[in-house]
Write a protein that binds this ligand. Structure first.
Ligand SMILES: Nc1ncnc2c1ncn2[C@@H]1O[C@H](COP(=O)(O)OP(=O)(O)OP(=O)(O)O)[C@@H](O)[C@H]1O
Ligand SMILES: [Mg+2]
Length: 247
C-alpha cells in the first residue's frame, strides 16, 4: 500500500533520513520507534510530501508519488497527524471536523452550497466524531479540550480525509496516563475495518507493543530494524541504539 525506496534527506553532509526502505501492507499497523532526533518526523515529512527527498522514492499502491505535492498524496489516501497540535482552538470541535470534511470534498468556499451537500458534510463530521468518542463534545471550543480529547479530535480531523494510510506522529504526546487506554482503543479501531494501514511514531513502548504488527527502529536517520515486536525487542543493535536501556 505504501513503500519507501532508499528514501533519503540530507542537509549538507548530514543524512537526516538515510536510505530508508519500508513496506506497509493493507491493514497493517507499523510502529516506528527511535531515540529523539532519529529522523522519525522527518521520515513522515518525506512520505507525505511536506519536504522533497534528496534521493529515493515514495510509492503509493505501487505508484511513484515522490513528485506529488502533499494535497495530491492526501487525495490518494495518505493522511497524517502532526506531532504538535494543529487544531483551530477558537472554533468548536464539530466546526473543526466539518472544515476538514469540506476541505477534503472540495468546493468548500462556494457561497451557494446545496443543502444536501451541507447535510452530507455534517453527517460525515458527526460520524468521525462518533468514531473517536467525541460526539458529546461537539459544541465545546476546541481550545478548551484536555490533551487526550485534543488528540482524539486530531484523529477525527484525519478521518475526515478518508485516508487509507494514516501516519500518526506521537498521538499519545501530552496525554495523561489514565487517558492512554481509551486513546489506544480508538487507534486500534482505525485498522479493524476496511484494510486501512497505520504508520505510528510513539515513545510509549507499551502502546507500540500493544498495537503494532511490526516495529521499525530508526537511529541516526537509518532503519536499524523492521520486524515483529518479539524479534525487534530481542535485537542487540536495537538495545545498543538506546544506550543499553531496556526498551
Ligand atoms: N528543517 C530542519 N533543518 C535542520 N535540521 C533539521 C530539520 N528538521 C529536522 N532536523 C534535524 O534532523 C534530526 C531528526 O529530526 P526529527 O524531528 O525527524 O527527529 P524525530 O525522530 O522525530 O525526534 P523526536 O523523537 O524528538 O520527535 C534532528 O537532529 C533535527 O534537529
Ligand atoms: Mg518527531
Amino acid at each position: 500500500m505504501l513503500a519507501t525506496r532508499a528514501l533519503t534527506w540530507r542537509i549538507g553532509e548530514v543524512a537526516i533520513v538515510d536510505g530508508v526502505h519500508l513496506d506497509l501492507a493493507p491493514g497493517e499497523f507499523l510502529g516506528v520507534i527511535g531515540p529523539n532526533g532519529a529522523g522519525k518526523t522527518s521520515l513522515f515529512n518525506l512520505i507525505t510530501g511536506l519536504r522533497p527527498p534528496t534521493a529515493g522514492q515514495v510509492l503509493l499502491d505501487g505508484e511513484d508519488v515522490t513528485a506529488l505535492p502533499p494535497h495530491r498524496r492526501a487525495r490518494r489516501g495518505l493522511g497524517r497527524t502532526f506531532q504538535s497540535s494543529s487544531v483551530f482552538g477558537s472554533l468548536t470541535v464539530r466546526e473543526n471536523v466539518r472544515l476538514a470534511v469540506q476541505a477534503h470534498r472540495g468546493g468548500s468556499m462556494k457561497l451557494w452550497r446545496r443543502a444536501a451537500a451541507d447535510r452530507g458534510v455534517a453527517a460525515a463530521a458527526d460520524a468521525a466524531l462518533d468514531r473517536v468518542g467525541l460526539h458529546h463534545r461537539g459544541t465545546a471550543l476546541a481550545g478548551t479540550l484536555a490533551h487526550g480529547e485534543k488528540r482524539k479530535l486530531e484523529i477525527a480531523l484525519l478521518l475526515a480525509g478518508e485516508p487509507r494510510v494514516m501516519l500518526l506522529d506521537e498521538p499519545m504526546a501530552g496525554v495523561s496516563a489514565e487517558d492512554v487506554p481509551e486513546l489506544v482503543a480508538v487507534i486500534r479501531s482505525l485498522t479493524g475495518d476496511s484494510g486501512r494501514s497505520v504508520l505510528m511514531v510513539e515513545h510509549h513502548m507499551d502502546v507500540i507493543l500493544e498495537l503494532a504488527d511490526r516495529i521499525a527502529v530508526m537511529h541516526h536517520g537509518a532503519l536499524l530494524a523492521c520486524d515483529t515486536p518479539e524479534t525487534v525487542m530481542a535485537d542487540a543493535t536495537v538495545q545498543e541504539a538506546y544506550l543499553g536501556e531496556a526498551l
